[in-house]
Structure formats: C-alpha cells, structure tokens
Design a protein around this ligand. Sequence first.
Ligand SMILES: [Zn+2]
Length: 475
Amino acid sequence: MPEFPNKTTAFIDWYLDVVEAATLTDKRYGVKGMNVWTPYGFLARRNLDGVMVREIEATGSMPVEFPALIPENEFAKEKEHIKGFDAQVYWVTKGGASDLDIPLVLRPTSETAIYPVFALWVRSHRDLPLNIYQIVNTFRYETKTTRPFIRVREIHFFEEHTCQTDEAAADARVRSNLDAFSRMARAFALPYVAVRRPAWDIFPGAFYSIAFDIPVGASRTLQIGSVHHYRENFSAPYGIRYETADGAQRLVHQTTFGLSERLLGAIVAVHGDQKGTVFPVAIAPYEVVIVPIPSAGDAPSPEAVALEAVERLRAHGRRAHLDGGSERPGAKYYRWELQGVPVRLEIGRREAASRTATAVDRLGKKQPVVLDTLERDVDRVLMEYDEALYARALAAYRDAFRVVTTLDDLKSVTHVAIVPWCGSEECGHRVETAIDGGLLGTPESALPLDLGTPVSCIGCGSVTGLRWALAGRPL
Ligand SMILES: [Zn+2]
C-alpha cells in the first residue's frame, strides 16, 4: 500500500498524490491545466453543483446558459475588467481558414457575455431584481503552476449575476449571497471566514469584493468563493437601464457571486488525511459502500444480505454501492477509505445470520446496524458522521489563526495572521512583504478568537482608523 507524503509537512505533495490516488481527475490530458473529469470526480462535482443549485434557487435565482464566446468589442467595454483579465484570455481568431471579422474571447468569466443581453432584458422597475446564475466552464490562461481543482485553465464555474434597483438593494443581494454560502459551506462541512478584500485586491471592475477564505495548514489560505458589488461600473458602459415607477431612467446596480471546482479541492484539502480523501455526506459520490465478506455454505449468505441492503438503501434515496468484487475485504476497505466513502457496511457470516451489519465510518467509528431498521439506522450513522467531520474541521479551523502585532513576528508566523491595521495601502503592502503573502482584508464574519480592540497599526504604529485584518499565504 502506497504511503502518502505527510499532510502537515508536505501539504502540496500530499494533496497532489491524494487527488490522483482517489481517481478524482486525470491530469494527463494534452493541455496543461485542463484536466479530465473522471467518473468518480464527476459524481462528486455533480453533488457539489446540486448543493449550489438548491441554495441559490432558494433565494430566487434562475438558471441560464450563455455562449462561451464573447466578441472583442463587448469584452473591451469595461476598462478595469479588461485590465484584470487581458493577460489571461484565450482568443479565437479564425473560422476555418478565414480570419474572423471580430475576434472572439473564450469567456474567462461571463460579465461581458451577459451584460449586453441584460441591457435588452431590463426595461422597467418591474423587471427587477433580475437574478440569474449559470454553471459553465470558463477559461483562463494561467501562468502560475497549475494544480487540480485549485488552479486550472478550464474551470468548472458557478456564477450568479444580478441587477438591482439601487446600491442598497445590491448590498442586500450581497448579504443574501453570504447567507446562501454559509448554508452551502455547512453542507461541505467547511468552516471559513468571509473577508472584505482591500481596495487593491478587488475583482476587476468591482466596487467592493467579499471573498471566502479557508486556512489550509500553517499560514496558507485558499479562497473558495467570492461575492462582488459592481455599483454602476458595468451597467454604465453596457447601458443597463430601467424606468422607475415615476418614469425616470436609471442605471441598475449589479452584483455577482462566483464559486468553482476549487471547492472540491478545498474539501480534499481540509478533510483528507493520511489514508486519502474524506467526503462530507452531501458530496460523497457514494454515501455507503456495502462489502459482503464471502463464506461458503452458509444461509443466508452475506452476498444475499448485502444485495438486500443496497437495494433498500437505494430505494430510500441513498447513494449506495455494492462492492461484490473478488478482491480481499481488506483491500476493499483500503480503497474505499482512500476514496473517502463516509460509511461502509461490512456483512460477514455472523452479521448475515443475525441480519445485522457492521457500520464503519471514515473517521473510524464502528457500530452495529440492524437490517430490519436499516434505512433509519444508516440515516443516523451518516448524520453522526457528518457532525463529527464538521467538529473535526472546526477544531482545526479554530487553531489556525494567531494574533500578530509586529512585522518581525509576521515574518516567522506559522498560522494565518490577524493583524491590527490602519487601513492604508502602504501598511497593507508592508504586511504583505513581511508575511511574503497577502493582506486578505477585514473579516466580515466572526473569527474564532477573542480579539479585543486593536491598539496600534502593525505597519505604522498609528492609532486611528484601526481594524483587524487577515494576512496569509494564499495557495
Ligand atoms: Zn498603518
């Protein structure tokens, strides 16, 4: 059995090996950073998407799908946005042997695809709010080292785009997105902090950006999603106007909410261990795997009981899988642990005779379940497992932050740092230099530390304008 690199001391090596061994993706495709979704990874992704769809539609957002190609003239309308993405876009310049009249951009994100059409859809205050989302692939010519799910060139992307009557309504939409994300993150069992990005690190074209960060060991962080308020920055160049109730013409205020396959990387990174991946129930391709342990000449046979169990669990709506292959049971246990299956049911001769099964969850908890009440018993075992998984992630999250008050201490910090900051860009960059990473911004959600009141800025010693800010080394 291969051993994985140590997650704590060699995190990236561990991550790459686990993703590969668990067959979540195949990175041997002929374009670097464009990976193949394997069946097992695809199933996990579909579950991830299912949670996003459920939560965003509960807030009144409707699904759409826009084309992948954007005409150059539309792409070029918002200048900050272009500046931010120009170096990252793939161009389509030919149709067959002929040069295209207007070159086309392969969407790096879809503002410039969607907003010319929003200008046609939005006419009156009665058309607002307009809340739509799509889950599509986007393309970015990434020049940094690519990593499966975390930094790729073809991205499985969730993006919500909305039009609101005014700035306050757009603020409210941002809040609604933050709430929706907190419900998604609970399904993923991921503790996170919502952080208002500093002015020099907002999304290109945004008025403000709030991102979701998770600690992933030492001082490293991973951004797993973001919400943006655009004010009128896009509606002005794209002419997205509406008529108010008293006949005035006004520009809409816009918001977006972006998530991606990076969430799958985050789930691997946060929950995985030295045995491989660990899936929360909502995302697990298989929630339960049933392993019969063959033994000759007995009735009822473990195989027959296992078959009954898988059929009943499926009828109950569970993603259950029967592993009736000829491998040794030990090899099967090893493989399903590597693949992060929340619960396996072992059924041997003793269990079959007493119509029971031994449930072993991915965190190692073992308990008997009774076949006659199998559905209810498995529901309970899975729920307990999910609670334990979240508790474990929360304990690690709580220990991930440290308050740091001098630049010197920041240089050697081994946690995500919480620093007193005056809010100036200059001091922000001092922090970034000292930690050799980023000033992530100011927390919008509670941190698991008793912070008290900041005393003086870590960069300049100023006592005015003080707030706590997060600093770390983004993956
Ligand atoms: Zn300062």
